[in-house]
Every structure is written in structure tokens, then in C-alpha cells.
Design a protein around this ligand. Structure first.
Ligand SMILES: NC(=O)c1ccc[n+]([C@@H]2O[C@H](COP(=O)([O-])OP(=O)(O)OC[C@H]3O[C@@H](n4cnc5c(N)ncnc54)[C@H](O)[C@@H]3O)[C@@H](O)[C@H]2O)c1
Length: 251
């Protein structure tokens, strides 16, 4: 039987890479994003057939419910990938920007997981993968509410795994590091930033959107059947590299 997946924020960036990989693995997709035309354009590039463009706002539970209804079947896999960043120092950031980040990243993930989980319970199985960030592990100065919101998503993932595990549903998250694509495209357009950040990673380069997609689809797959409540950090080792940056001996 054809496996199915809904990917939020699926029209571009990491979400589009996840959709590409899932479609190549035979999944029938619900590509969910703010604009139906963007979802439809992406679908035009996907292998396979039967993919559906779903227009919804992850912060709006009614539009999310309508999108799931439109998809028509309970997805085997739900990827809560939609996210935003509103840059700004904490002392300068507006409360509206802080709220918007929490709303899309954290509340939006909750709404997506709740909608998928309620439906997956009826069939006693399913896999949910949420998108966090390196910022959930170690906050980046100037990222506003983003680190707090993503850390919230990581904790929400653990919490969901406890409540949904006994119902046959696994819930995990992926924390990408310095990724050359999606919302970071403008950041890495500056060659000095590319060199600085890429060079500071133990694997000595930025990550690819395809490498994040592989981690997501591994957690979604039966190969990860005994993995739940886990945050898989995909960062070339940078989260644990403080002593690499601060050597004991300097030549
Ligand atoms: N690119 C990176 O470097 C990076 C690193 C770590 C984590 N992430 C995370 O990966 C995820 C994808 O980011 P990206 O880099 O692909 O960003 P992106 O901006 O390229 O794509 C995000 C997509 O989400 C959609 N979206 C935003 N708000 C939405 C809403 N309310 N409802 C529905 N869709 C909405 C956008 O329309 C867009 O298509 C995000 O959760 C982001 O925080 C990205």
C-alpha cells in the first residue's frame, strides 16, 4: 500500500527537500504551505503521483483540520517543518515579533502534531517528526524568540512521545545546524560568513538541505521503529565543538 505523508512548510527550503526525498521513496504527499500555488509548483517537480497541494496556516487549527480533511487519509508520517525566524536582540525585539516566532514554531508544531496524532490514534500507528534547530541546543545571539521556541519544540517532542508512544505513534525531532539553504540562504550569501561558519564546523563545511531530509525520513521510517522522543542533531559536530574553538595550546 502507498505510504502517505504531510509536510508543513513543504513548498520550499528544507520542506521541499523532504518532499523530494519522500516522493522518491514512494510516499504520496500532502505539501502544506501558506500559498496553494507554491505547493502546486513544488508538486510539479516531484516524482510519483497523487500528491496534494494543501493551503493552510499552521497557527490556525481550523485551516489545519480542513487541510487534513482535504488530504482525505490519515498520513503515515507527519513532518512539522514550517518555521520562521525574526532576528533581533532580545532587548530590542518587539513583543509582536517574539510572539510570531513562538506562534509558528511552537504553537504551529503543536497544532500539526495534535491534528495528526488524533487521526493516527484511530489506526494505532504513525510517525511524527518535528523540526527544531541547533538553536534549541545552543542559542544564537540575535535570534529573538527562535532558540526558546525551538527548545520548546524539543521538549514538546519528548512530551508527545510519552503520551503517544503507548498508542503506537513515535515522535522525534531533527535539529539542523548551519544549513546552506532555506531561510539561511541570505546569511550564507556573504562569502565571509560561509567561510567563518563552514570552517568552524568539525566536518569543515555547511550542511545540505538533502542531508537534513535524510535524517527526517530515517526517523519517519521503520528503520527507526524503536526510536522515539529523540532529537537528532544534524550539524557536522558543531554543537559540541567549544573546545575545538578554544584549544589548550596556540602555535
Ligand atoms: N535553513 C536553515 O538553516 C535551518 C536551520 C535550522 C532549522 N531550520 C528549520 O527548518 C525548517 C524549515 O526552514 P527553511 O530553512 O526551509 O525555511 P524557509 O523559509 O525556506 O521555508 C519555510 C516554509 O514554511 C512556510 N511557512 C512559514 N510560516 C508558515 C505558516 N504559518 N503556516 C504554513 N507554512 C508556513 C513558508 O511559507 C516556507 O515555505 C524551519 O522550522 C526552520 O526553523 C532551518
Amino acid at each position: 500500500m502507498t505510504r502517505t505523508a504531510i509536510v508543513t512548510g513543504g513548498a520550499r527550503g528544507l520542506g521541499a527537500a523532504i518532499c523530494q526525498l519522500a516522493a522518491s521513496q514512494g510516499y504520496r504527499l500532502g505539501v502544506l504551505d501558506l500559498r496553494r500555488e507554491d505547493c502546486a509548483s513544488l508538486i510539479g517537480t516531484l516524482p510519483g503521483s497523487g500528491h496534494v497541494a494543501l493551503q493552510a496556516d499552521v497557527t490556525d487549527e481550523h485551516s489545519m483540520r480542513a487541510a487534513f480533511d482535504e488530504f482525505g487519509v490519515t498520513p503515515d508520517v507527519m513532518v512539522n517543518n514550517a518555521g520562521i525566524v525574526r532576528f533581533g536582540a532580545l532587548l530590542e525585539q518587539s513583543v509582536a515579533d517574539f510572539r510570531a516566532s513562538v506562534e509558528v514554531n511552537l504553537v504551529g508544531t503543536y497544532i500539526g502534531a495534535r491534528e495528526a496524532g488524533r487521526r493516527m490514534v484511530a489506526q494505532g500507528r504513525g510517525a511524527i517528526v518535528n523540526m527544531t534547530s541547533l538553536n534549541a541546543v545552543t542559542p544564537g545571539p540575535g535570534a529573538g524568540a527562535y532558540p526558546a521556541a525551538k527548545a520548546g519544540v524539543a521538549k514538546l517532542t519528548e512530551h508527545l512521545s510519552l503520551e503517544l508512544g503507548p498508542l503506537g505513534i513515535r515522535v522525534n525531532c531533527v535539529a539542523p545546524g548551519f544549513i546552506d539553504g532555506g531561510m539561511s540562504t541570505p546569511v550564507y550569501a556573504d562569502p565571509r560568513v560561509r567561510q567563518l561558519r563552514g570552517g568552524a564546523v568539525p566536518l569543515r563545511r555547511l550542511g545540505l538541505v538533502e542531508e537534513v531530509a535524510k535524517a527526517v525520513m530515517w526517523l519517519a521510517s521503520d528503520d527507526a521503529a524503536y526510536v522515539t522522543g529523540h532529537q537528532l542533531v544534524v550539524d557536522g559536530g558543531v554543537a559540541h565543538s567549544v573546545l575545538l574553538q578554544l584549544p589548550r595550546k596556540v602555535d
